[in-house]
Design a protein around this ligand. Structure first.
Ligand code: GDP
Ligand code: MG
Length: 370
């Protein structure tokens, strides 16, 4: 079960469905027994009914569903999902461009040519890393409140000639609030004015203690422009990923998060999603935010058509009936009735909350940090 209906929730609390429906009515929400509730809302209801909440795992909280965690033996290693953050002009876009060159598959299978909001590289070692290709705080802001939930590791880019700046601090707060480990990339070390030591010292004031200062945050000197230090950076990412023991069950219906979306004149709704667990297949019925549809085509960052996409794989999806917001969760559901129901519930919730995004009874990270 990747979501919970009013009836199921009532059942699990050993309360009557009517009482839950009445309770929601008092809150101004009209629901039926088989309407689907999101985890945050369900949690509040459970608490108000005087019960305690036990969410099964962190990842369930992150994806916004109440669902049983996958059995440990079903899980296999997955690629880390990495976001690049930092102050404007410190080199985020340059680094994202440079990191494409670490991909060894590009030769024969074609390079990473499409901008779909995320891309995955395969390193010489065979290890894979997924980078969120949404550089800059403007592009990232829509996803910011939920984006870190899709992110395993934050690369904090700090220009060695400029050191710590307001958006550096903002990124640190964001990563810390989300509990996402940071790797510091001290960039522009090719410049004469570069002072990497100052960066390290300045970061201390924001509780980022790098290994050279006997802390546990990895720091790597790089030049995105000259493409130096990139192997050290990918090594650091893989080491951090190893520590986190990142795993997911590929053999289940897919769940994940929306990275980007748009309505394309020719192709209709085009959404880039990142699979968190399970395997997304062509033909699957998908609900993404308040949108739903049958997956008509899956395309990767190389413009290749895929039959399926497993955990940590970013993929462009055709077939939804609209453009879901970045940061919304998606899930494969069993039938159209269910898909329509969940999508309608979410649309209703968004409308009743004033039409904004990332609203509802749950407090977004962004609101918590404001
Ligand atoms: P963003 O705003 O963080 O995405 O930064 P950009 O990637 O757009 O880079 C801002 C400027 O810094 C551009 O003019 C880049 O060419 C330059 N830049 C980025 N990385 C380096 C680097 O490693 N060395 C030098 N010298 N310049 C860099
Ligand atoms: Mg940029």
């Amino acid at each position: 079960p990747e979501s919970i209906t009013v009836a199921d929730l009532a059942n699990r609390m050993a309360e009557r469905s009517m009482d839950v429906i009445k309770y929601l009515m008092k809150q101004g929400q009209m629901v039926r027994m088989d309407d689907v509730l999101e985890a945050d809302d369900a949690e509040l209801i459970v608490e108000d009914f005087g019960h305690t909440v036990k969410r099964v795992s962190e990842s369930d909280v992150e994806t916004g569903f109440i669902a049983s965690d996958d059995p440990e033996e079903s899980k296999v290693k997955r690629a880390p999902v990495v976001a690049i953050m930092g102050h404007v002009d410190h080199g985020k876009t340059s680094l994202l461009d440079a990191l494409r060159s670490t991909d060894v598959v590009s030769g024969e299978a074609g390079g990473i040519t499409q901008h779909i909001g995320a891309y995955q590289v395969q390193l010489k070692s065979g290890d894979k890393i997924t980078f969120l290709d949404t550089p800059g705080h403007a592009a990232f802001s829509a996803m910011r409140s939920r984006g870190a939930e899709a992110t395993d590791i934050v690369i904090l880019v700090v220009a060695a000639d400029d050191s710590v700046k307001p958006q550096t601090i903002e990124a640190i707060k964001f990563a810390k609030a989300a509990g996402t480990p940071i790797i510091v990339a001290v960039n522009k070390i090719d410049k004469h004015e570069a002072d990497p030591q100052k960066v390290i010292t300045d970061l201390l004031q924001h509780d980022i203690v790098v290994e050279a200062m006997s802390g546990d945050v990895q720091s790597v000197n790089i030049s995105a422009k000259k493409r130096t230090g990139l192997d050290d950076l990918t090594d650091a990412i893989l080491l951090q990923a190893e520590l986190q023991d990142l795993k997911a069950n590929p053999d289940r219906d897919a769940e994940g998060v929306v990275i980007e979306s748009k309505i394309d004149k020719g192709r209709g709704s085009v959404a880039t999603v990142l699979v968190r667990r399970g395997t997304l297949k062509r033909g699957d019925l998908l609900v993404a935010g308040g949108q739903w549809g049958r997956v008509r085509a899956l395309t990767n960052e190389r413009g290749q058509t895929l039959a399926e996409a497993g955990p940590s794989v970013p993929v462009e999806v055709l077939g939804l009936d609209g453009a879901p917001d970045p940061g919304e969760v998606f899930a494969v559901v069993e039938n159209e009735g269910r898909a329509r129901e969940i999508a309608m519930y979410r649309q209703r919730k968004t409308r009743s909350a004033g039409g904004g995004q990332n609203v509802g009874l749950g407090t977004s990270l962004e609101q918590m940090m404001a």
